[in-house]
Ligand binder design. Structure first.
Ligand SMILES: [Zn+2]
Length: 363
């Protein structure tokens, strides 16, 4: 559930900072008025609806000549274009009047930015710097955007829009690679292994037995059939609960401990040999695991990255990079003929996933 809240603080910028804030406000007004005129012109002349993306690239061009625009918070100008675009959309839907030009004489004015934050007991505004503020209450949650405004009495404020649905975790340095498998569910580059809970296997065997029984019962109307069906449904539910509980705990642990989590793109592993039902249940677990990580990643401000599915994470030596083409599925230990590295197969893969992931993100 999304919970959006606003927080408004009075800020106390010095004279120099006031000058930059005022300059940003006028640059936003300049951008608004310029693009409003341009949009109007393009629409009347060519029937073209200049959208945000197009305006954004035009703005980049304009900045080359109107260099004063580069001296203020660039996200403020972007937000101005977004607001203009929204106003036009609303206008075309008949929800509001045609957008108006902004006057310099307006004593109350503001601009929106996505990079303003609270740091070390002060509010940080790009290009303006750290500003003192009166903190009436602490922000809980993730800051989405902020508006810097000036009142008619020349007082300055920052209003934050905050997503309180979840609290972001503080940034950390640690990263991890995770190798997923059938035997060991997850093996991490921290040399930790996580087994899927045993009942999952026990129940899977029992489930199979029940399903075999059910397939032999010809009459759907019989009492026994209904009894069996219910038993199977209950077992499915129990398996799902155990699996989800396990996945929730594992994903939360990984998210808490790491800023970035690197995984393989699934479906490639030699899973075909395994029994159908067990495979189906675990496959489903893998998919759900990745989905859960991604959702929690967004909630808590962590990055989840899947590496290229053709990257040979198992057959590469994590020590020297040697490619061991003849590595068999039964080889539990990776022994490198090139550098004498001898390491657990899955551990080796997880280290490779980590290094490959970092490489693909940072080049
Ligand atoms: Zn090696």
């Amino acid at each position: 559930m999304k919970k959006i809240k606003g927080y408004k603080y009075r800020i106390y910028p010095n004279l120099e900072q006031i000058a930059i804030i005022n300059k940003t406000i006028s640059c936003c007004r300049y951008t608004w008025n310029g693009f409003l005129a341009l949009k109007e012109f393009r629409y009347k002349e060519f029937g073209e609806k200049l959208n945000y993306t197009k305006m954004s690239s035009i703005l980049t061009q304009i900045k080359k000549t109107d260099t004063f625009l580069t001296e203020v918070d660039s996200t403020a100008l972007q937000q101005t274009l977004k607001q203009l675009d929204n106003t036009f959309t609303m206008f075309f839907k008949g929800h509001c009047k045609f957008p108006r030009f902004k006057s310099k004489k307006n004593p109350r004015d503001s601009y929106k930015s996505t990079t303003i934050k609270i740091k070390d007991g002060k509010i940080y505004i790009p290009k303006v710097g750290f500003v003192e503020y009166s903190n009436s209450r602490d922000i809980k949650g993730r800051v989405l955007s902020a508006v810097v405004s000036k009142s008619a009495t020349n007082k300055y404020y920052v209003s934050f829009t905050v997503d309180e649905s979840s609290e972001q975790l503080p940034r950390i340095e640690k990263e991890v690679g995770v190798d997923l498998g059938l035997k060991i569910f997850a093996f991490t580059s921290d040399n930790e292994k996580y087994f899927a809970p045993k009942p999952l296997w026990k129940y899977t065997a029992r489930l199979k037995k029940l399903q075999r029984k059910l397939s032999k019962k010809p009459s759907r109307a019989s009492k026994n059939y209904e009894k069996l069906r219910l038993q199977i449904a209950t077992l499915h539910e129990r398996i799902t609960n155990i699996r989800n509980d396990f996945l929730h705990k594992l994903t939360t642990k990984l998210i808490r401990e790491n800023q970035s989590i690197y995984l393989e793109d699934l479906n490639v592993k030699g899973m075909s040999k395994n029994k159908k039902l067990a495979k189906a249940i675990l496959d489903c677990g893998f998919g759900y695991f990745v989905q859960m990580l991604k959702t929690k990643g967004i909630m808590y401000g962590r990055t989840i990255h899947q590496i290229d599915r053709w990257f040979p994470s198992s057959k590469t030596c994590s020590c020297c990079g040697y490619y061991k083409a003849d590595l068999k599925l039964t080889d539990r230990v990776f022994e490198c003929p090139s550098c004498d590295n001898s390491v657990d197969r899955d551990y080796n893969a997880s280290i490779n996933i980590l290094t490959e992931g970092i490489k693909s993100i940072r080049g």
